[in-house]
Ligand binder design. Structure first.
Ligand code: GDP
Ligand code: IMO
Ligand code: MG
Length: 427
């Protein structure tokens, strides 16, 4: 079986898009199984940059089928805008398939996302305001509207009417905000329905048959392990399961159909939005990482919070995802530091923690215990083999492997597809 799941091992933005794009040239199918257009995956090919949010990162390879699975929350407007941008760049998008079971994001989801954030005040999550949480809330509440509903104008009218009535009670009575107009949303979405109809399919069958036929299938994670609803820094998380287990439900395949799990790991740590971050650097070092790594969000443009590598987190990710391999990303960004630090464990009062705690109150008390390594000054961005890397960069990689217990099979030294060093082939 040639199936590989690609998962974010920290708080997202680890470089998943780049790895998927790199591997997509060899993959027959790329599948997204969770999240929505809160994701921002950047691909750079021959110096040209593409930002993808909902469309899988295999789209630049015309042969690859790109599946938007049943676990996705689907914003048709966002999707069509992304499609138009790709088409303007002469990218062929006919190989996209959208699950008929995916849930649809409506304007009231986005509005409720923003209103809930405002109401949280100082306790805000820092969401992307794309309506992700409210759409998943409707799904778990069992009142959501799915793509298959949108495909039938009568069923859609009935379900949308009930939803608009319910949501108007909330916006009016709880938030004192403006009510939604059924006709406007209904007509807008009927237009979208016709534009997406040819892409809609039973994608679980598409993925299953590809796997059965021995095709190479990549599962593209969005967000990251620490943003997982169950396993992340709850409540500062997203509303889906970005861990490897999420693919089974979100793509509609048995867990035994996913063979390898590659953890995408940034060479340091970043986070957008609120919530605890033990190795965060609110100083010149953090600013230097942000500048060298161009750490500004692909979806919201927000400055990302930056800090040293946290092996507690990545070890945790290795365990909960069952990582079989690591792709270490953005190693070039760490050039020019006299020393580089790796957090090996946390100090909480007089206790030393090796495992990531559940309680955010405990996490807030944790101080990083660092191991300091010598840095390197060489520019890595033109290096093509592992052997060329400076000795201190190799020691840094070896230390990560030792602390996490998983091999670093791929090293990324620049945003371009070509700036990728492969130590062991993933497929
Ligand atoms: P994703 O959400 O995991 O796909 O990651 P993002 O695309 O949001 O953020 C990763 C950023 O790092 C993007 O701007 C990429 O172009 C960039 N990037 C990826 N790999 C490398 C690398 O090895 N070096 C550098 N300098 N940038 C990289
Ligand atoms: P990719 O796929 C980084 C964060 C938000 C916020 C929290 C909840 O590009 O790695 P949401 O809008 O999902 O309800 O926001 O999750 N977040 C991400 N952070 N990368 C992402 O995706 C993210 N998607 C959501 O910033 O803290
Ligand atoms: Mg991103």
């Amino acid at each position: 079986m040639k199936t590989v799941a690609i998962v974010g091992s920290q708080w997202g933005d680890e470089g998943k898009g780049k790895v998927i794009d790199y591997l997509a040239t060899q993959a027959d199918v790329v599948v997204r199984g969770q999240g929505g257009n809160n994701a921002g995956h950047t691909l750079v090919v021959d110096g040209k940059k593409y930002a993808l949010h909902l469309i899988p990162s295999g789209v630049l390879n015309p042969e690859t089928i790109n599946v938007i699975g049943n676990g996705i929350v689907f914003d048709p407007k966002g999707f069509l805008e992304e499609l138009a941008k790709l088409n303007a760049d002469n990218i062929d998008t006919k190989n996209i398939k959208i699950s008929d079971r995916a849930h649809v994001i409506f304007p009231y989801h986005k509005e409720l996302d923003a209103l809930a954030e405002e109401a949280r005040g100082d306790n805000k999550i820092g969401t992307t305001k794309k309506g992700i949480g409210p759409c998943y809330m409707d799904k778990t509440e069992r009142s959501g509207i799915r793509i298959c509903d949108l495909m039938d104008k009568d069923i859609f009218a009935k379900k949308l009417k009930a939803q608009i009535d319910a949501k108007n009670k909330i916006v009016k009575n709880i938030y004192g905000a403006e009510e939604f107009d059924f006709d406007a949303i209904y007509n807008e979405y009927l237009g979208y329905a016709e534009q997406i109809r040819s892409y809609v399919d039973d994608t679980s069958v598409v993925v299953y048959e590809a796997i059965k036929a021995g095709k190479k299938v990549l599962f593209e994670g969005a967000q990251g392990t620490l943003l997982d609803l169950d396993l992340g820094t709850y409540p500062f998380v997203t509303s889906s399961h970005p861990t490897s287990g999420g693919f089974s439900v979100g793509a509609g395949v048995g867990p035994n159909m996913i063979k390898d799990v590659v953890g995408i790991v940034k060479s340091y740590t970043t986070r957008v939005g609120e919530g605890p971050f033990v190795t965060e650097l609110n100083d010149e070092t953090g600013d230097k990482i942000r500048t060298q790594g161009r750490e500004f969000g692909t979806t919201t443009g927000r400055a990302r919070r930056c800090g040293w590598f946290d092996a507690v987190i990545v070890r945790y990710a290795a365990r909960v995802n069952g990582l079989t391999s690591i792709s270490l990303m953005l190693l070039d960004v760490l050039t020019g530091f006299d020393t580089v630090k790796i957090c090996t464990s946390y100090k909480m009062g007089d206790k030393v923690l090796r495992e990531f705690p559940a309680s955010l109150e405990d996490l807030a008390k944790c101080e990083p215990i660092y191991e300091e390594l010598e840095g390197w000054s060489e520019d890595l961005t033109g290096m093509e083999t592992y052997e060329e890397l400076p000795e201190n960069a190799k020691k840094y990689i070896a230390k990560i492997e030792e602390l996490v217990g998983v091999n670093v099979d791929m090293v990324s030294v620049g945003p371009n597809r070509a700036q990728t060093i492969v130590r062991k082939n993933i497929f």
